[in-house]
Write a protein that binds this ligand. Sequence first.
Ligand code: CP
Length: 308
Amino acid sequence: MSKLSSKHLLGIEHLTTEDIRTILKTAADFKEVINRPIKKVPTLRDITIANLFFENSTRTRVSFELAEKRLSADVVNFSSSSSSVKKGETLLDTVNNILAMKVDMVVMRHPSPGAHVFLARHIDANVINAGDGTHEHPTQALLDAYSMQEKVGDLKGKNILIVGDITHSRVALSNIFCLKKMGANVKLCGPPTLIPKYIETLGVEVEYNIDKALAWCDVANILRIQLERQDTKYFPSLREYALVFGVNKKRLDNLKKEIVIMHPGPMNRGVEISSDVADSQHSIILQQVENGVAIRMAVLYLLAGKKG
Ligand code: CP
């Protein structure tokens, strides 16, 4: 049934370019489905999916649940804050107890990088990574690539800028893997303290001047400053960050061209992006969210029932 090279989606790093193209192409079919008056298909009628969220989420959680319901899967939702994890139960015991109730697929968000790799080694169900700490967020990168393609066409040779807190961002790492596999040129911009050393070994460039970086790109994907993951002060103040790296209307007006503006959410308006940019005609932030449902339907469909 599956045309993907793995039974799990643990990250973009180990997907093939062919896998990515298959997911994006399948998502285009599902986007057509979710824009019909009747948005539901019976494709996963016999499949039960558990959404396990050990970390907060708005977009990813709702998007996966909608994708599962549009495919007619049975869905159970688990949130660590109201579970026996609070009583000391381990991740593996928690998941094995849920699987004992005959669950076929597990979608999980977890604060520990690599938690999904550990899980996939120990359980038979398909595992889908909905974000693991600062490591990867594969479905976000896939929906970002899909949204970029809709706006600028084939990503080969396109200039894509990722701005912000690269060090703490799983979105950045998954985007870098995905965009490089699609043949795009990738540049990173942010404070030197929030750009990992040796990141150029992934085939990306770094530019510390936001105005030069914006002038170079076709698409700017703007990331949130992840204060909750920062154990030390990486820059003097949010006000200074907004002044030096914030993407605002004045900066875009100074460009001699139009660029596409993206943000994975949640946004800190007035910090990394101003409201007049976030809500402008150049912004495709809500299209990203719409495309997220189609991408997740594609991933679930392509992985469902795949063994070994
Ligand atoms: N983009 C994203 O992962 O958002 P949530 O944290 O709300 O799921």
